[in-house]
Ligand binder design. Structure first.
Ligand code: IMP
Ligand code: MG
Length: 179
């Protein structure tokens, strides 16, 4: 499919499954090399990173563990407004080598908050693997250790990413067509 419709928007094919998996190969290769003598714990951020997580972990040759985290937004009682909180972190990360797995870093605010939260669990180290990065959208300093692909500041769906809940199931990535 070259074009798809999700809710009220039309999207066109931007990255094929083949291109996507080649990038995943490269990220896995770098992690396998950097963690050659370590047993990392991957922290996959739901929902968006479920496909990247599955493809990446199939390519990791080190003994490793996997945990899933969900970010929840809520209206704070103070004037700070919306705060992201972590849901579902049961395993101890203390003294572990943690690799956060994200689908996309856009403004970077989610990742900065996440790293802060993970840091409070006193891991030995934290690395970040994001499949996609929008450098033009990111105005803050975010430490990204592994980046699958850098993409323009356009809205995309597929390969785990959604538009209002839909579109996560496509194996390819689609970019919105401006109308
Ligand atoms: P950030 O805090 O602005 O970096 O945004 C991070 C989150 O926004 C990601 O984890 C995604 O869930 C969502 N997001 C950002 N860009 C896109 C996109 O192009 N398509 C779908 N979701 C996106
Ligand atoms: Mg996400």
């Amino acid at each position: 499919m070259e074009k798809i419709r999700v809710h009220d928007k039309v999207f066109q094919k931007y990255l094929s499954e083949k291109q996507i998996l080649e990038s995943v190969d490269a990220v896995a290769e770098a992690i396998n090399r950097d963690f050659a003598d370590k047993n990392p714990v991957f922290l996959s951020i739901l929902n968006g990173s479920f496909m990247f997580t599955a493809d990446l972990l199939k390519r990791i040759t080190r003994p490793c563990e996997l945990s899933f985290l969900k970010l929840a937004s809520y209206e704070g009682t103070s004037s700070t407004g919306k705060v992201k909180v972590l849901v579902g972190l049961n395993e101890s990360l203390a003294d572990r080598d943690v690799i956060i797995i994200e689908d996309i870093v856009d403004s970077g605010h989610t990742m900065v908050k996440l790293i802060e939260q993970v840091q409070s669990h006193k891991p030995a180290s934290i690395k970040v693997a994001t499949f996609l990065f929008k450098p033009d959208a990111c105005k803050i300093d975010v430490p990204l250790d592994y980046i699958g692909m850098r993409i323009p500041n356009d809205f995309i769906v597929g390969y785990g990413l959604d538009y209002d809940g839909l579109g996560r199931n496509f194996p390819d990535i689609y970019s919105v067509v401006e109308d």
